[in-house]
Design a protein around this ligand. Sequence first.
Ligand code: MTE
Ligand code: HPA
Ligand code: MOS
Length: 974
Amino acid sequence: MLHVFAARQIRNRATLGGNIATASPIGDSAPVLMALDASLVLAGARKTRTVPLADFFTGYRQTVLQPGEVIKEIVLPKYAPARGLKRRADFIKVSHRQELDISIVAAAFCVDTDARGVVRAARIAYGGVAERTKRALRAEAGLIGRKWSEAAAEVAVVLKTEFTPIDDVRSGAAYRRGLVVSLWEKFVTGEASHVHDLPADYAYQGPWAIDEATKALRHESAAGHVTGRALYVDDTAQKRPMLEVWPVMAPHAHAKIKRRDATAARRLPGVVAVLMAEDIPGENNTGPARHDEPLFATDEVRFHGQVVAVVVGESLRACRAAAALVQVEYEPLPAVLGVRAAIAQDSYHTDWHALARGDAAAALAAAPSRFDGELEFGGQEHFYLETQAAWAEAGEDGSITVNSSTQHPSEIQAIVSEVLHVARHKVVVQAPRMGGGFGGKETQGNAIAAYVALAAVKTGRPVRLQLDRDLDMSLTGKRHPFLAKFSVGHDADGRILALQAELVADGGWSLDLSQPIADRALFHIDNAYYIPALSCRSRAAKTHVTSHTAFRGFGGPQGIMVIEEVMDRIARRTGLAPEVVRERNLYHGTGETNRTHYHEDVGDNRIQDIWRQALDEAKFAERRAAVEAWNASHPRIKRGLAITPVKFGISFTLTHYNQAGAYVVIYSDGSVQVNHGGTEMGQGLHTKIQGVAMRELGLPAASIRMMTTATDKVPNTSATAASSGADLNGAAVAAACVTLRERLAGVAAPMLGVAVEQVEFVHGHAQERGNANNKVPFAKVCSHAYAARVSLAATGYYKTPGIHWDWSTSSGRPFHYFACGAAVAEVEVDGFTGMQRVRRVDIVHDVGDSLNPGVDRGQIEGGFVQGMGWLTSEELKWDAKGRLLTHSASTYQIPDISDAPMEFNVTLLPKAAQPNTIHGSKAVGEPPLMLAFSVREAIRDAVAAFGKSGDEVRLASPATGEAIYAAIQARAGA
Ligand code: MTE
Ligand code: HPA
Ligand code: MOS
């Protein structure tokens, strides 16, 4: 069991005694030790006593330990098998993920039989099914003295009623009830699976050989990330004393505020200010798209945890104590929770947006086969490692500097200027780097920055704020959960003929980016498939939870979820293999069958090539046969195989966001600073752009420094989002470099004695084109330029050509191009527990002519695993009062290293240069996340194998162990 006991780091620090003494009903060690009949030696100041572990726990987190007593020893009876005596023992843990997780149910079994196969001793212990770890005494009694071969099966019946587990945040009672029996069955049958029983073995391609220096750059902060030297927003803040901030949060999802009084709080020592709406010089608003987000709630609370006031003080301790003294009187109101409730109550932020092609109703009516369906699926917490953070310091004349962990410095600047009621030129926002943003820092940092800015102005002192994990998860928005309803028409060959769909996104309490997110879902409901007749619409619902926001894919994943669901349902209904149905429906040829439902041509048909290459590299046909053979001989452990495509539109759908600026300065020693409007969040944007500048100026990496993103260097920027950071800012930097190169060529030409057109910049020199013998060092050209009074600083600007979109007519060309890929995934599902493991993944992805293959590979692998998390282990749960239950690392499980595919192969589509983009490259940040649908579909394929073929295979999303277990029960007709 050791590899699933906490994690290596924790095992190195924690103690077995501690794990027992804490008396958690889900502690991992107790069931094992109980099954082994352990006793504890308890030592007090005066005497020592021995207690069987089975008698040690007395109730929920209660033990027989007296004050002052400690666990001194754990005694295990020595097992000395007499002749013919045989011991069977096992430990099985069910949790959301393999490592670093708490059990849902854990069981330990130890059964001794004699030479005649009669059970002599039996101990069965379960964790997670009662208020404490318990033995299954009735089941044990049912075994003793009986023949193992007969009694083992009968005991399963006894176990069915031995415990009455409860529902909690970790799982439903039904799952736990089922597990009590099926863990026993797993023990009895001994059926082993990769999921629980086999060591984690990983196969990995190793590093790629990249022979071009400008593309082989390692992430510019890689060493800083792993050594801790990279400075994040709060690292800088911590270097000197700053005031701290703690929020006062509403304990209702929806309520009227009757009274607010901070008098007592303000009197507490160490408190410098308690700020509320009345203290704001400008607007009490941080809403990015619509002014519907008060910085402080005044008369109405619209989600559980909404901030009513902030305490600013000398220490967090003082702030927290004072926050508890702020008196707020609420009158609770009924809350709208979930999309269905919002629909029932007609609660929306937006009206419908619709896209159509042909006459979908007629095509549906005429289709040989039709079905209706519905799918409700969950959102996702960003779980960036660095939580939301900002600090601010006021300067002279109403100016202020804000350091923010944001994807969108210009918007932070705009919000701060509105809240403080000063013009934007008074506000400088710097964004050094983020420890992950994933869309969660496109708008959700606005309020954090506004709190510290307001506090800095009010107190005249620098102020810092970094949310702790619980606050961050409770206060900030997530990926939108959706409810989709659809009607599908298809033929017997599995071709989709018509699709009608309605998508409703849970937007949460304010609009935020819900409109463009619901739009992008609509734009991606085709994924990579040609749908001849379509009529779809989407809309954002208004509910009383955090305001849901951008998250890698930005609605695209939600649209694709729907069509991938539809593809599988068509496959199961027609009896065709899902990969056959998917392939038949891919965009193909030219003209109408290669045009989206918004009438944009897909362009050169890469999807077909990618698809074939992925099938090939994965040896799909061969492995399909192997999976079938496996499934035929394994009743409770099944494998599944699937391939899914992705086609993702690159550009902000709000056309004017597709612009970027840069400011490149060269010093007279030839060293270069590059400023651009993009932000670095780990995605390698700076690294890619450094490579762009190296190529443009012919300089080595050491000559080029990437500068902190700041609004006083490059103004009026767009969010670094929509995967377009490198496309937009890279092109802007290249434009600035071209300007500088032209100026420098004029200086270098007389130095080289050649015409201006003959000058090229390579390897740190200006040289005569094609003649390396005639060259001068770049630095020398720069010092000459300075002496000749030639400007060495230039701005660059770029706007994406040829795109526009108009919702009033639903017409235009929204995307500059599409990024495509395909993934093949194979999973193994343990039918006893519902847990799964990804055995192998093969990805072929199109990044054009990569700016940096290593960085792109990191984006593909990381995006894929993040998508897997959304689709499998990560589950958001709110209680009936609208309080987020999963607000910590112990209740919300992102994938960890042991969830990585056991074999993970990534290939970049070769010869893929994209016309009209920066150095022929394509955006990569978001699209690979959607390749993770291959895992969801592979799981579904495995679930299907638990029953007869035919019929839809329903699978909830996220496909947690609990959901998979339920799907198997349904499939197997249990
Ligand atoms: N990769 C890392 N390591 N960290 C992140 O926060 N965000 C993703 C993606 N990859 C993210 C990431 C999202 S949501 C987007 S839109 C893009 O990076 C943004 O960066 P780009 O436009 O430079 O690709
Ligand atoms: N993607 C990401 N962020 C955005 C978009 C988009 O399409 N539009 C507005 N913000
Ligand atoms: Mo990414 S969701 O566009 O920040």
